[in-house]
Write a protein that binds this ligand. Structure first.
Ligand code: FAD
Ligand code: DLZ
Ligand code: SF4
Length: 513
């Protein structure tokens, strides 16, 4: 009378719906390391190691709590290397009478789960993932009949709904949003307290050997590996962030500093997204620090908005927009992703810094992702599918529900404005204002044309000119088009020729990836 509970790699939560409602005595939890998931995009080595290690530790915690866990390791000779193959084998092995699972975080995985009933001949219940603070249905209700899906409106609703940072019906401190106090450029001589490190134990060491052996040709540095991989370590990482980096989080949220990969960011996204931390407990910890007077309101509110607002909002968009969302290409961009996204071999210093951090940590912070890596790809007209697959592969917090809206919607404007009212396009001046990259770059951020001109400048204007038909009537871009129209015709020609020359010299696709 066994109920089979397949539990996915990003469902490492003791309160998961499928576990909450189950009887330990007649359930078998199935966890699967499978080649198909590690290679459908060639994930960063550190991402695979992080997830496998976290999965193995979680399986041990479940066993200690009295669950029967059937854990299929990647190098088990019998491993069928896909979810479908392993669920079918396990259903037979345990003579299961039913399957209960929680919906995966990608349309592709959900489609596979929806086939498990037919595959095994067993009743299969797919439960909603209620670790999120908004259900798919509630988000759809909120979105219905709205002309624009404004994140700030959704966020305020979430504040009221959860009571987080609320004093009765009033937002804490009297304002909903303190962004006016945030987003300062980096300050000289600032010290950035690094995130904590966790020495690999025997479980992690075995995973590192496995990953080096099986996925050693994938992108990224596997070592050093010092990630939190257990619930206990995740809580320690959260506590460290609240105490040491949250107080300055808001101020320098959008800053970029050469050689400083962490700044005041939490680096909790991979722990949240695999389930080791819950969104609610992270927001509550930030609020408690504010209420205790340890953290200013601009930092607490700015941080909570990212999770209560953005994280929930993008998840809602993902499920609302449907499985074809990743194929959207509003700006008809077709260029191949330049090879340097994989090799880091570029003399644009901002890109080299962001790609270097990505290679080292399987992580880069938001502004590097949005205003450097995403912005460049959009200005250069790179095919959004290739951009999406790169982002999905290289970041250890990347699952389609969160990655796709951020890439296809926010950073590439490939959804035509479902998520944002205008493209996040910027020239070198923005990067220069928010970072110290330009000072050490071989290009001159003040120049638009000429041998040493910063490529972001001509690409930016060329992007606007190229897409005038599609974007020219966007009221949020009117000022930019006005600026372009004030250039003399000869200057416009020179800028566009500069962009064309740069694009013609861009390397093509990397053959190996
Ligand atoms: P912090 O700066 O400390 O922020 C706190 C938390 O807020 C994050 O841990 C995260 O859970 C949440 N958050 C912040 N911004 C967003 C956002 N836009 N969407 C969803 N959650 C957000 N985030 C992912 O978790 N996975 C991804 O695959 C991913 N891909 C991205 C791709 C692009 C092009 C862009 C522009 C953003 C992407 N983000 C993604 C959002 C954001 O960049 C990361 O969540 C953040 O950099 C993670 O680092 P952190 O934990 O230090 O975040
Ligand atoms: C990303 C990933 C990788 C690399 N490997 C596995 C795996 O072996 N087993 C697993 O259960 N999940 C893995 N994942 C996560 C999935 O690809 C997918 O993103 C989630 O199952 C979606 O909920
Ligand atoms: Fe990037 Fe241009 Fe600045 Fe160089 S000058 S770091 S290419 S923005």
């Amino acid at each position: 009378m066994t109920i089979l509970i397949p539990l996915l790699g990003d469902q490492l939560s003791h309160g998961l719906a499928a576990l909450r409602d189950a009887d330990k005595a007649d359930s078998v939890v199935l966890m699967m390391e499978v080649g198909a998931e590690a290679t459908y995009v060639r994930h960063h080595q550190k991402k695979i190691a992080f997830l496998f290690s976290a999965m193995r530790h979680f399986a041990a915690e479940l066993r200690a709590a009295g669950w029967t866990v059937d854990y299929m390791a990647l190098d088990d000779p019998a491993n069928g290397q896909s979810f479908d193959a392993e669920v079918a084998r396990a259903a037979t092995r345990h003579a299961a009478i039913a399957i209960v699972t929680v919906e995966g975080g990608e349309w592709r995985v959900l489609a596979s789960q929806q086939g498990w009933g037919a595959l095994t001949g067993l009743p299969c219940r797919i439960l909603p993932d209620d670790r999120f603070l908004t259900s798919r249905a509630d988000f759809a209700d909120w979105a219905r009949d709205r002309k624009r899906l404004v994140m700030e409106d959704f966020y305020r609703l979430m504040r009221r709904h959860t009571g987080i940072l609320m004093d009765g019906i009033t937002p804490a401190g009297g304002q909903w949003n303190y962004d006016a106090d945030n987003r300062k450029p980096p300050a000289k001589g600032m010290a950035y307290p690094p995130p904590p490190t966790f020495a690999p134990d025997a479980v992690t060491t075995a995973v590192l050997t496995l990953v080096a052996d099986r996925f050693g040709t994938h992108f990224g540095d596997l070592l050093p590996f010092a990630r939190a991989v257990t619930r206990e370590q995740a809580l320690a990482a959260l506590a460290d962030f609240i105490a040491r980096r949250l107080p300055r989080f808001g101020d320098f949220q959008d800053a970029m500093v050469a050689g400083e990969d962490h700044l005041f960011h939490s680096e909790l996204s991979s722990l949240l997204n695999c389930g080791l931390l819950s969104a609610l407990e992270v927001c509550q910890a930030a609020e408690a620090a504010y209420r205790a007077g340890a953290v200013p309101i601009n930092a607490a509110e700015g941080f909570i908005r990212q999770i209560l607002g953005w994280r929930e909002y993008v998840r809602g968009i993902h499920w609302m927009a449907g499985p074809d969302y990743t194929a959207r290409n509003h700006l008809a961009a077709t260029r191949d992703l330049p090879a340097f996204y994989w090799t880091g071999d570029t003399d644009l210093r901002c890109l080299a810094e962001a790609i270097g951090a990505t290679r080292r940590h399987a992580h880069a912070h938001h502004i590097q992702r949005l205003m450097v890596l995403g912005n460049f790809a959009m200005l250069a007209g790179v095919d959004p599918v290739q951009v999406h697959e790169w982002f999905l592969a290289v970041y250890d917090d990347a699952y389609e529900w969160v990655e796709a809206p951020n890439v296809i919607g926010m950073s590439q404007f490939a959804d035509g404005g479902l998520m944002g009212s205008k493209p996040y396009a910027a020239g070198g001046a923005y990067i220069n204002r928010m970072s110290d990259y330009c000072r050490g770059c071989r290009y001159d951020v003040k120049q638009r044309t000429g041998l040493n001109a910063c490529p972001f400048n001509s690409l930016y204007w060329d992007f606007l000119a190229r897409h005038r038909e599609t974007l020219g009537k966007n009221h949020r871009l009117l000022r930019m088009y006005d600026g372009w129209d004030r250039f003399a015709a000869e200057e416009q020609r020179a800028v566009r020729a500069q962009a064309a020359g740069f694009l013609a010299r861009l390397p093509g696709k990397a053959p190996r990836y």
